[in-house]
Design a protein around this ligand. Structure first.
Ligand SMILES: [Zn+2]
Ligand SMILES: [Zn+2]
Length: 366
């Protein structure tokens, strides 16, 4: 089958590789999914550039990526093969699988922090699979998945929308870290797919209104198209103009601020926007020291980070998507496997030139 293989940093190739033999992994829960749609995640671009976003965020350190990872972890499709009797019910079903599995035995897993399990294995990522010719991911016709966490999707949700379940579950978890307070406004510094999704979740959780900031015109267009709240294009605004605008729309500050940018500028802006006892959630943590005057955290202002999600966040996101409380249709630009290498080169060399909000690969289209 054709697959998008990250051979080494900067080299994504479409290659013919063997279909995954699910029996070779010594895990009877693994099923085979025919991929109908796979989202291109911001983290896929970071793998492409030689980073390891999972290890950097979850473990706080870099681990070198194995060669020949088939990227892609945000996917939906149809179950075409199973091993165990328990998974027989899934055959032929349209599913959005959770892309990762935790060990279940370490102290994090035993205390309910499975999202921090150091032995997590996942699709589109090289660690934990042992030595393999190709590491499984969903930029391919087929991908293995764990039957125990394959969630069936209702008929009115398309595969492309269902492929956004991974990022929506992340958004639910991130929003929980921000302890959305009913009736207080929420600020999104960075309105890409994560910021946009968190804004929607925050509204579903009872935020009074959301304000989204982004330097990209496309991100602002999408938020406006969705009628998501106040979406402000900041590319040509000074820091002072942005701060003035924010104090007009939220005179008492925001109850929660989500920063998906993670630069010195964005962190300064985010901290200044916090109301009393408000929480700043940092989604993007970079290896950089930033000076911080702790007086700015007076009145119980807090800064926290967020990692991954718990399996329990997945059905919560799916219920909101199913009920129409979350909408991702406006995000999506479809693409194909043969187009991917060129898109990766172009987008990583000039992120502003991409003009797309969220790519979704249809591996069976050419
Ligand atoms: Zn992702
Ligand atoms: Zn564990």
């Amino acid at each position: 089958m054709p697959a998008g293989v990250l051979e080494s940093p900067g080299r994504l190739s479409i290659k013919q590789i063997p279909v995954w033999n699910i029996e070779s992994y010594q895990d009877p829960d693994l099923v085979l999914v025919k991929v109908a749609a796979c989202g291109v995640c911001g983290s896929d671009f970071r793998y492409f550039m030689g980073e390891n976003p999972w290890s950097q965020h979850t473990l706080g350190r870099f681990i070198r990526n194995a060669p020949n990872i088939v990227l892609g972890h945000e996917y939906a499709g149809t179950v075409v093969a199973v091993q165990s009797e328990a998974n027989r019910r899934l055959l032929g079903k349209r599913v959005a699988p959770v892309c990762s599995k935790v060990c279940g035995a370490c102290s994090d897993c035993r205390s309910g922090r499975t999202r921090l399990c150091e032995k997590t294995i996942h699709m589109g990522h090289g660690q934990g699979w042992g030595e393999r010719d190709y590491y499984p991911g969903a930029y391919a016709h087929y991908v293995p998945s764990w039957g125990a966490s394959c969630f069936e999707i209702p008929d009115h949700i398309s595969f492309e929308e269902a492929a956004m379940m991974d990022i929506l579950a992340v958004c639910v978890h991130v929003a929980d870290q921000g302890q959305i307070q009913a009736g207080r406004p929420v600020l999104l510094v960075g309105a890409g797919p994560a910021g946009n999704g968190i804004a929607q979740v925050a509204l579903a959780m009872g935020a009074s209104h959301v304000v989204l900031l982004d330097r990209s015109e496309k991100a602002i267009q999408v938020a406006k198209l969705q009628g998501l709240g106040e979406a402000i294009h900041t590319q040509h605004m000074s820091d002072e103009e942005i701060a003035n605008k924010l104090s007009q729309v939220a005179p008492e500050g925001f109850g929660t601020v989500f920063d998906s940018v993670g630069t010195l500028e964005s962190i300064n802006l985010s901290i200044n926007a916090l109301g009393k006892s408000a929480i700043l959630v940092m989604l993007a943590v970079h290896d950089v020291a930033i000076p911080l005057n702790f007086f700015r955290l007076g009145s119980e202002r807090r800064i926290v980070t967020s990692c991954n999600f718990e399996v329990g966040d997945y059905p919560r996101a799916l219920a909101w998507l199913t009920a129409g409380r979350l909408s991702v249709k406006e995000w999506l630009t479809p693409t194909t496997l043969p187009e991917l290498p060129g898109l990766f080169d172009r987008i990583t060399s000039d992120p502003d030139a991409k003009g797309v909000f969220k790519l979704v690969v249809k591996p069976w289209h050419s």
